[in-house]
Design a protein around this ligand. Structure first.
Ligand SMILES: [Zn+2]
Length: 98
């Protein structure tokens, strides 16, 4: 069961929290919310017959490198950054209590 906005599109952010959402396809590729909702000429849906378009999961992208959308190449940044030792990441880790 995937979260959907009231208009039926796939949300870009989880609520509450505002965490970035990514969409996983049956072939293992990942999409941004726009393409998961059929944007940019995408054919993706939960009912698609082809693995390359069938959405099988919806995940919060917690941390790590940005996920690059397999369809439109948009980068979806993670909620807590790439894990590098810059100031922003350290702040994020303190917030998480790591
Ligand atoms: Zn996309």
């Amino acid at each position: 069961m995937l979260l959907r906005d009231a208009d039926g599109t796939m949300p870009e952010f989880a609520w509450p929290g505002g965490y970035p959402l990514i969409y996983v396809l049956a072939d293992g590729a990942m999409l941004c919310s726009g393409c998961a909702s059929g944007g940019s000429g995408s054919l993706a849906s939960e009912a698609a017959e082809e693995a390359q378009w069938r959405i099988v999961g919806q995940d919060i992208h917690w941390e790590g490198e940005p996920v690059v959308c397999a369809h439109c190449s948009k980068q979806v940044p993670s909620a807590y950054g790439s894990g590098e030792t810059d100031g922003d990441t350290n702040d994020a880790r303190e917030r998480k209590g790591v």
